[in-house]
Write a protein that binds this ligand. Structure first.
Ligand code: GDP
Ligand code: IMO
Ligand code: MG
Length: 421
């Protein structure tokens, strides 16, 4: 198995960071392929913790090559600060590569993101992700990492042209202004620090594959935040599904043999949009408190709800998920009974298929099965047979309903709090 792809099967924050860090020991390359610093991936080793936004979750392995693929949008200031944080704690980032084709988030992008949030609320992270991908798609006013390698005068000219356009646009729309000189100084400083990492990663990754090296692709966000397949418009602006592992890296599809879908044992969502199994009651509060469900990037409380198999059947289908990693099972420990959505009722009709139009999804009432809880702490379980019978039944119920094996069960945030099935 040379290329493995990891992605979230819900609305993000499934525990991708933990699973990538855990599996990274068996891989030589760890590669982010989509999103930007809207992501927040937590990795923990012993008492050390990093909350990573841009660099792949392989920071505890300085000897491994970490790649920011062409599908990622890179905020240069975030990147410099993240490299600094990781290195200041003793983990070298010399082996970090940034794709020359990755698009750059510039200070006008977050301003625009914030201003657009005022007119119509998606609940974005306000990191400028949408505006940066919009500029990428519209082509005329975009900067890529390769532009950081241009002679300074040429680079300045390029930025000034775009800045002048943005100023005109922001003025007309009544968006906040920005200081081009300050922006230029900051960007040039960051560009100088990042330059050494920029290269043509498509060739490096394909060369690695031909040399039988192993690659771990790390998705950001979750499948239901995918701009094509998710709950549009309440999504992010990139593809978060497995196809993006190819387009966001230049790795051909037939090279990806293993697709690990990460599912939380319940469901969470940050930001706006329909969420059929959401719990707006004390049970939801308990899950949020026990699971520490607060955004890694923005600190916002995450909305919490029951596990939703309608969601997982759909996201497993569109991603070609070959195995499941079930995370945060320990969080459900205190609950007497657990509900799992197996279908939805929409306008009096029962359906097992995830509705792809938003108004129908918003009207969906989950049809749930009730499973018995197990009570108590399972964080010391290391084998499936260590789990209380009802916890095992919960895992088996999910496995049977999806027809996909659960190969990893996570019972705590630490590396060793894991059951490999
Ligand atoms: P990601 O965006 O998918 O990488 O997930 P986040 O890091 O944003 O959020 C997951 C949170 O849950 C982090 O604080 C992790 O440390 C924590 N976590 C991961 N796996 C488990 C688990 O099995 N049990 C518990 N209790 N916490 C976990
Ligand atoms: P990780 O990788 C959870 C959500 C935002 C918002 C929507 C659009 O940590 O799982 P954006 O800033 O991307 O334009 O916001 O997407 N969102 C996430 N939710 N986890 C994430 O990343 C997210 N990245 C974006 O809350 O609803
Ligand atoms: Mg996160």
């Amino acid at each position: 198995m040379s290329v493995t792809l990891i992605l979230g099967l819900q609305w993000g924050d499934e525990g991708k960071g933990k699973i990538v860090d855990m599996l990274a020991k068996d891989y030589e390359y760890i590669v982010r392929f989509n999103g930007g610093d809207n992501a927040g991936h937590t990795v923990i080793k012993g008492t050390e913790e990093f909350k990573l936004h841009l660099v792949p979750s392989g920071v505890f392995y300085p000897e491994k090559t970490k790649v920011i693929g062409n599908g990622v949008v890179v905020n240069p200031e975030t990147l410099v600060s993240e490299i600094g944080t990781v290195e200041s704690r003793g983990y070298s980032m010399k082996k970090l590569l940034v794709s020359s084709n990755a698009h750059i988030i510039l200070p006008w992008h977050p301003i625009m993101d914030g201003a657009l949030e005022v007119s119509g609320k998606i609940g974005t992270t306000k990191k400028g992700i949408g505006p940066a991908y919009s500029d990428k798609a519209s082509r005329t006013y975009a900067i890529r990492a390769c532009d950081f390698l241009l002679p300074e005068a040429e680079f300045r000219q390029k930025i000034e042209r775009i800045a002048a356009h943005k100023k005109k646009l922001f003025g007309a729309l009544g968006f906040p202004d920005f200081d081009t000189a300050a922006l230029m100084a900051k960007t040039l400083e960051a560009a100088k620090k990042i330059r050494q990492h920029i290269c043509d990663t498509q060739f490096i990754l394909n060369d690695a594959i031909s040399k039988k090296k192993s690659i771990l692709l790390e998705g950001a966000q979750g499948a239901l935040l995918d701009i094509d397949h998710g709950t549009f418009p309440y999504v992010t602006s990139s593809n978060t599904t497995s196809g993006a592992g190819c387009t966001g890296t230049g790795i051909p599809p037939q090279k990806i043999q293993r697709v690990v879908g990460i599912a939380k044992a319940y469901t969470t969502r940050v930001g706006e949009g329909p969420f059929p199994t959401e719990l707006k009651d004390p049970v939801g509060e308990t899950i949020r408190k026990v699971g520490r469900e607060f955004g890694t990037t923005t600190g916002r409380p995450r909305r919490c709800g029951w596990l939703d198999l309608v969601v997982l059947r759909y996201t497993c289908m569109i991603n070609g998920t070959t195995e499941i990693a079930l995370t945060k099972l320990d969080v459900l420990g205190g609950l007497r009974e657990l509900k799992v959505a197996t279908a939805y009722e929409i306008d009096g009709k029962k359906t097992a298929d995830f509705p792809l139009d938003l108004p129908r999804l918003a009207r969906a009432v989950p049809v749930c099965e009730t499973l018995a809880g197990w009570g108590g702490d399972i964080s010391r379980c290391r084998k499936i047979s260590d789990l209380p019978p009802n916890a095992r039944k919960y895992v088996q119920f999910l496995e049977k309903s999806l027809g996909i094996p659960v190969k990893i069960v996570s019972v705590g945030p630490k590396r060793d709090e894991t059951i490999l099935v």
